[in-house]
Design a protein around this ligand. Structure first.
Ligand code: FAD
Length: 280
């Protein structure tokens, strides 16, 4: 069981339509009742969601009244564009940022940003704004998909943390052991920042499989087989998925994970079902 003070946070993506935005707001209002430590809102690398991310962050922070962190990626933005966004967030009283390299969508060509990796963005934010922002960075217990190997990726994570990150959120995974091993290796490297597991509720097999292939999250065979067997029976997929994810979260918290960060995909229910299972 989690204690009522176990930190939880929820991530949203900015939508293209008004209807989508209303759904996001409705989900956020429901999740706000859980008193999360923060919400976060993703950013389309290259600035494709610059205004929508900004507006969503300001609305969640100001109207839904949960401290909200914008994601910010450096891969396709100039220093001037990043500086301007940082100023707008700072002026609006935003205190936390998720700092990323990002991935340019296919078709946008080569990265055009002046900063190439997330460690450079963390250094830039610190140089521009001092200690104003709490900086979160991404972590990959199963390795970043482009990394040559685990050791190289670990060294890059350590560099990013030492550049001035306060905390990290992991890519999602379905195997608690990989999280514990990653944390152990990070600690051995002398980095003590909290590493919060990123949790992806399971609601749909084909989308999850596609997404997991792209971001390098392994779906264990026993989970895949079971989800495949359910076919179109989405009630069974959700029931099984909730059970599997709740039990993994319990293992994570029992093993010392300092909180949970849910990838909500703008839906309250799947994350809440897991969170409420943990709260008993
Ligand atoms: P980095 O830490 O820069 O790492 C990227 C790759 O480069 C890794 O393989 C790493 O080993 C290597 N590397 C790192 N530093 C160096 C260096 N100095 N020299 C050489 N190699 C290096 N994407 C978005 O576009 N928008 C989002 O809002 C978004 N939110 C995310 C939130 C979370 C919690 C997570 C886990 C991921 C998110 N992503 C998002 C995806 C992320 O942008 C991609 O995974 C991207 O490919 C890497 O970003 P990063 O910040 O982890 O990059």
């Amino acid at each position: 069981m989690t204690s009522p003070s176990t930190p939880v946070s929820f991530e949203f993506f900015p939508t293209k339509t008004d209807a989508g935005h209303e759904k996001l707001l409705a989900a956020a209002r429901v999740l706000a009742a859980e008193k999360p430590e923060f919400f976060s809102v993703t950013y389309g690398a290259g600035g494709s969601t610059r205004d929508r991310t900004l507006n969503t962050v300001l609305q969640l922070d100001g109207e839904v009244k949960v401290p909200t962190a914008p994601h910010l990626s450096c891969v396709g933005d100039s220093k001037e564009e990043l500086r301007s966004l940082l100023k707008q967030y700072r002026d609006a009283g935003i205190k936390r940022i998720v700092a990323l390299r990002g991935d340019l969508p296919s078709g946008m060509g080569q990265a055009s940003g002046e900063l190439r990796y997330a460690n450079e963005l963390v250094e830039f934010i610190r140089a521009e704004t001092g200690d104003h922002f709490t900086i979160e960075v991404a972590a990959y217990p199963e390795s970043h998909p482009q990394a040559r190997n685990f050791e190289v990726d670990l060294a890059n994570f350590v560099r990013k943390a030492k550049a001035g990150a306060d905390s990290a959120i992991t890519q999602y995974f379905f195997n608690a052991d990989c999280y514990f091993q990653f944390v152990e290796r990070v600690r051995q490297a002398g980095v003590e920042i909290p590493i919060i597991p990123g949790i992806m509720p399971i609601t749909n097999y084909s989308k999850l499989a596609r997404f997991s292939d792209a971001c390098g999250a392994e779906i264990p065979r026993w989970i895949r087989k079971q989800l495949e067997a359910y076919g179109d029976d989405s009630d069974s997929i959700v029931a099984f998925g909730t059970e599997v994810i709740s039990s993994m979260c319990q293992q994570l918290l029992d093993g010392g994970a300092p909180g949970l960060h849910f990838y909500t995909l703008n839906q309250a229910e799947p994350s809440l079902a897991v969170w409420h299972n943990l709260r008993g």
